[in-house]
Design a protein around this ligand. Structure first.
Ligand SMILES: Nc1ncnc2c1ncn2[C@@H]1O[C@H](COP(=O)(O)OP(=O)(O)OP(=O)(O)O)[C@@H](O)[C@H]1O
Ligand SMILES: [Mg+2]
Length: 428
């Protein structure tokens, strides 16, 4: 029997490997797009839908080597370019080649070294500020494309939507350069991973790009895919999670693999299962309850902060109240309005839309997500919904009048609600 470490099996914060579930809808198409010379990829979808995991697991079927740039808020275009350049050191200096590319072009290598020397010199002469690295004029997008293409490395640009404003435009321009150069450099390939709708920002402006970029919209995992995570994990660790517990975990996960991984991880960890067990162990509801408690504790602060941000939207309570009473899959805006009028909650169509749009953004806590397949709004994490419900129950008990509440009172209520919420689970 192969022994697996628990942390390698259930990976709430990392791309899954052992429990990787094939996403039948995309697998073959993504692999084909990767294999197609000159074709670039944009993979987008909601947070936690499994974009990084999918790319990581499929990429090595085609490319042996890749470099990854993790874009961060406030990062400049120059920093993105330099990051990719630095990563290529592995190829041009350490001379780590792969099976596809076994030789290094001497001229290109000399080129790489010359640019590197220039960056180095600027650091030594104090020209380059610590944070802002100096981009030598030679390191143009064309040059970077050539360096990447000749190395046969694929470039994964994670979270490209985090680059903002002017810098983003430069990034879009660079993708265009790459698309154009990919005729010459067959292996040149960028995989840009971004948030929902981010693909449009790159492609829509340019019709010519459309034919050379494949876009993939990765949707949240469906219930069967989540079940497969559990089943694969059980097999690897030699444990049994009965069907009814699986159903509960699927329910709480609501399409988010990370919740499933975390609950399963906590269940094992609480039972002191750290790796594959020699004799199979069966879990029951009390184990899941413990895991849920630990889960709530681990997300409590994040949830509170998100609600705190959401509450800065003027008179947002009604919108949240309406959302809190929908089931976990949410509802379309017309159904939300119908529900509100049935329950004598006054809200205009416009106000609801404005609130929901804001609640989707990071600035206001990202409480809500919009599914562009079903056109439904729902809480971005099902626990947010439960929490909101607990919050309003408590509020209705304590404050009957519609007086404006101060921020402090608000927080007190949230705390109370949290206790109620935690107790509910504990007594289930
Ligand atoms: N196909 C899969 N099989 C098994 N687990 C998966 C799969 N896809 C995603 N997961 C799990 O779900 C969680 C989220 O996945 P991932 O980080 O890939 O999502 P993402 O779309 O890249 O999210 P973000 O936008 O936040 O970067 C991780 O814990 C990962 O292990
Ligand atoms: Mg990711």
């Amino acid at each position: 029997m192969k022994i697996y470490e628990l942390k390698k099996v259930f990976t709430p914060a990392k791309p899954a490997r052992v429990t990787f579930v094939d996403r039948d809808e995309f697998n073959d198409d993504i692999v084909t797009a990767l294999e197609l010379p000159g074709n670039q990829l944009i993979v987008y979808g909601h947070t936690g839908s499994g974009k990084s995991t999918l790319v990581e697991n499929l990429l090595h079927r085609v490319y042996e080597k890749q470099i990854t740039t993790n874009c961060m808020k406030g990062m400049t275009f120059e920093e993105v370019v330099i990051d990719a350049f630095d990563e290529l050191e592995e190829f041009y200096i350490e001379e780590i080649t792969n099976n596809i590319k076994t030789s290094i072009n001497g001229r290109t290598q000399a080129n790489y070294l010359a640019i590197k020397a220039q960056i180095q010199a600027s650091i030594e002469s104090g020209q380059a500020h610590k944070q802002k690295r100096y981009l030598p004029p030679q390191l143009t997008p064309q040059r970077l494309a050539k360096l990447l293409g000749e190395a046969g490395y694929c470039w994964v640009l994670e979270d490209f939507h985090k680059i903002e404003g002017e810098e983003k435009e430069k990034l879009a321009q660079m993708m265009k350069v790459f698309v154009n150069l990919s005729d010459k450099h067959e292996d040149l390939k960028i995989i840009a991973i971004g948030a929902v709708n981010s693909a449009r920002e790159v492609v829509e402006t340019d019709a010519e790009m459309n034919t050379r970029i494949s876009e993939f919209h990765v949707k949240l995992m469906d219930d069967e895919e989540i079940r497969q995570i559990i089943e694969k994990g059980c097999e690897a660790l030699n444990i049994i999670i009965p069907k009814n517990l699986q159903d509960d975990i699927i329910y709480y996960s609501n399409g988010l693999g990370s919740i499933c991984h975390k609950l399963c991880y906590y269940m094992c960890d609480t039972a002191l299962i750290k790796r594959t067990v020699p004799q199979s162990v069966e879990f029951d509801y009390s184990d899941l309850k413990e895991a849920l408690k630990r889960y709530i504790k681990s997300v409590e602060d994040t949830i509170k902060k998100s609600f705190d941000r959401a509450m800065t939207i003027p008179s947002v309570e009604n919108t949240l109240r309406i959302m809190a009473h929908q089931d976990q899959y949410g509802a379309q805006s017309d159904s939300l309005l119908a529900w509100a009028s049935e329950h004598s909650i006054k809200i205009s169509k416009k106000k609801l839309k404005v609130d929901l749009d804001k609640l989707e953004t990071e600035e206001y806590g990202e409480l809500i997500k919009f599914d562009d397949n079903s056109w439904k709004y729902s809480f971005s994490n099902p626990f947010y919904g439960t929490f909101a419900l607990a919050y309003f129950e408590e509020q209705d008990k304590n404050i009957r009048s519609a007086n404006k509440k101060s921020n402090r009172e608000m927080m007190q209520l949230l705390n109370e609600a949290f206790k109620v919420f935690s107790n509910q689970i504990a007594s289930e």
